[in-house]
Design a protein around this ligand. Structure first.
Ligand SMILES: [Zn+2]
Length: 223
């Protein structure tokens, strides 16, 4: 049996509200049961709720009073009610993003692992334009994922540009010109009134982090 997500539970709650006219003499709890049976084929709402919690918990690992969710990447105090609620909110937002976008941002560690060789390749003087092109796109994807992750965390991911638009919007003036030309040819360039947050990929060596980079905050400030 596939365990229901928080998103599915939210759909049940919405459905229960919409059943008010159809079942005016039922209590809210009875309408929740009807909605759960109809949407998830569970015995009642309580069973849907229990299965949903089981699903969320399947992503969580514990270490003392700390917990880490592998799905939404959130660390929280699993004995603090406020933290548990914050986690559920974040988890639900990730489920919604996954449902609508079809993907979630690559986690932080994996992004960092991808960025290191990409920076090295861009700094490799014997590298070809083709390999540098791939490296630049890998870096841009890492920054895109970080930006989208921030947008999900702050609830404005629906306004976040697609990867293709993101590439067109960023400044590429610090990557090799030959690579920049190829990227612009494929993705175009969107020049707005606000300066687009430059990734600032270093022209040489990956030891130094970008001088400016996209973040949830400055992305939010630009759009
Ligand atoms: Zn989670």
């Amino acid at each position: 049996m596939i365990l229901p997500s928080l998103f599915a539970l939210e759909q049940i709650k919405k459905e229960a509200k919409s059943l008010k006219q159809q079942y005016p003499n039922h209590t809210h709890s009875q309408r929740l049961n009807i909605a759960a049976i109809s949407l998830l084929r569970t015995r009642d709402y309580h069973e849907a709720f229990t299965l949903c919690k089981k699903r969320v918990n399947s992503f969580v690992t514990y270490s003392g009073c700390f917990a880490k969710c592998e799905f939404c990447e959130m660390r929280f105090l699993h004995e603090e009610e406020g933290d548990i609620k914050l986690h559920e909110d974040r988890h639900l937002e990730c489920e919604k993003a996954l449902h609508e976008l079809g993907f979630l941002p690559v986690p932080y560690r994996e992004r960092e692992d991808r960025k290191r060789p990409a920076y090295s390749e861009l700094a490799n003087e014997t590298g070809t334009v083709a390999t540098k092109y791939e490296a630049a796109l890998t870096l841009i994807r890492a920054y895109f994922d970080r930006s989208l992750e921030g947008a999900i965390r702050n609830g404005y991911w629906r306004q976040h540009p697609s990867f293709e638009n993101f590439v067109a919007m960023i400044s590429l003036d610090r990557i090799p010109h030959s690579v920049e030309k190829l990227i612009r040819r494929k993705y175009g360039a969107v020049i707005g009134e606000n300066p687009i947050n430059p990734i600032g990929i270093p022209r040489t060596c990956g030891n130094n982090p970008p001088s400016r980079s996209l973040s949830a905050d400055n992305f939010g400030a630009s759009f």
